[in-house]
Write a protein that binds this ligand. Structure first.
Ligand code: ADP
Length: 395
């Protein structure tokens, strides 16, 4: 069995996999929410659901509760049933070009990376620390940035003094790489193409959202940058803005750099424009009689379309497919249609019927007249983490 952990600032998701002959089966999963607030841990196993509000005061306490509950509900007999633990880590910098077993040196390096990702890496570090302390099985780090380490210099550098890169590592890193890797793998199977020939534009549209240009099976460009703030208009993040807005708002309101960065991360995007919600479903619902919600939808769709056209220009006529994935991309036929309506330079005509159909893993949603096929495809970051963990500890 392999345990996959995805730690957020106040949450910890887990999936427990049983691995047999290259088959990865989820046997139990769960979510600890509101850690250090009024924590509640929900565990699903064998069609049953258990909940507990035992001590979830931090990630360490939550890890202890998870281990105890797995035993208590006889999901595992002993912790030795679990061969390894895979952790999702947002930022791996330039150093981690692939997943790796967490040795003391690796862990020290991941901790040093906190300067690059002060908002995103600490929860994973807390979780790794906890599991390393409680149980003695290998821990594996799987990074959101690794897939993007193939991006060429012309796409990862910013037009700032070069020393900002050499001395402070200021560059585009990109995120959602675990999802992009999964979709690229799945797309190869669907299109029956070798990786070396695969060219695609993948739109990972969740609360956090980004677009990736995959050229010859590798990441060639992506919309998120040094941090996950750049690029698309997201649930609460602004995406691309004029960098001078920081200074201007500071001078107008007296807000600190930290306050403004926090506002750009947590109070902007769909929430900031609509004033209603960061959740796309609420924004759609309210858009009938709220012009700001309508505006938020139009602006989001136009921003996604802008990146699709930009990346199509990079990939040229070799483009094999455009893919929509993650919470919004997988589920919102309305958003997919709005985006495609805004892509005016490519003929990506959607079939209304296919776009609105339910599906299991993926569905072709473009018409036969479209210049390039468009898919909605379900991502699965957890299974990628599980596969990497399994392979690294059985090397
Ligand atoms: P993250 O993992 O980044 O937190 P998700 O991938 O879960 O985000 O996506 C969350 C977004 O997906 C929310 O904006 C939510 O409204 C949207 N979403 C989820 N399900 C649906 C649905 N059935 N229809 C429309 N939007 C949906």
């Amino acid at each position: 069995m392999i345990l996959v952990i995805n730690a957020g600032s106040s949450s910890m998701k887990f999936q427990l996999y049983k691995v047999t002959n290259n088959n990865y089966e989820v046997i139990c999963k769960g979510l600890a929410e509101r850690i250090n607030i009024d924590g509640i841990f929900t565990i699903k196993f064998n069609g049953q659901e258990f909940q507990t509000n035992e001590d979830l005061s931090d990630h360490s306490a939550t890890a202890k509760v998870l281990i105890a509950k797995l035993k208590e509900h006889k999901i595992i007999q002993d912790f030795s049933d679990i061969q390894g633990i895979g952790h999702r880590i947002v930022h791996g910098g330039e150093k981690f070009t692939q997943s790796t077993v967490i040795t003391d040196e690796v862990f020290a390096e991941i901790k040093r990376m906190v300067t690059l990702a002060p908002l995103h890496n600490p929860p994973a570090i807390a979780a790794i620390e906890a599991f390393r302390r409680i149980v003695s099985v290998p821990n594996v780090a799987v990074f959101d940035t690794s897939f993007h380490t193939t991006i060429p210099e012309e796409n990862y550098l910013y037009s700032v003094p070069y020393e900002w890169y050499t001395e402070h590592q200021v560059r585009r890193y990109g995120f959602h790489g675990i999802s992009y890797r999964y979709i690229t793998k799945r797309l190869r199977e669907v299109l029956q193409k070798p990786a070396a020939n695969l060219n695609a534009i993948i739109c990972h549209l969740g609360n956090g959202a980004s677009v990736c240009a995959v050229k010859n099976g590798k990441s060639f460009n992506t919309s998120m940058g040094l941090t996950p703030l750049e690029g698309l208009i997201m649930g609460t993040r602004s995406g691309d803005i004029d960098p001078s807005i920081h200074q201007f708002i500071a001078s107008q309101t007296g807000a600190s750099l930290d306050d403004i960065t926090n506002t750009l991360n947590k109070k902007s995007g769909l929430l900031g424009i609509s004033g209603v919600s960061s959740d796309l479903r609420d924004v759609f619902k309210s858009s009938k009689d709220n012009s700001r919600s309508q505006l938020a939808l139009t602006m989001s769709a136009k921003r996604i379309a802008k990146y699709i056209v930009d990346y199509a220009n990079d990939l040229g006529t070799k483009l094999d497919a455009v893919v929509f994935t993650a919470g919004i991309g997988e589920n919102s036929s309305e958003m997919r249609q709005l985006v495609i309506n805004e892509v005016k330079l490519l003929n990506l005509e959607l079939s209304t019927q296919a776009n609105q159909s339910s599906y299991e893993n993926e569905i072709l949603i473009s018409t036969p007249h479209a210049s390039y096929p468009v898919y909605a495809m379900r991502t699965n970051e957890e299974v990628m983490i599980c596969e990497d963990t399994y392979h690294l500890i059985n090397k």
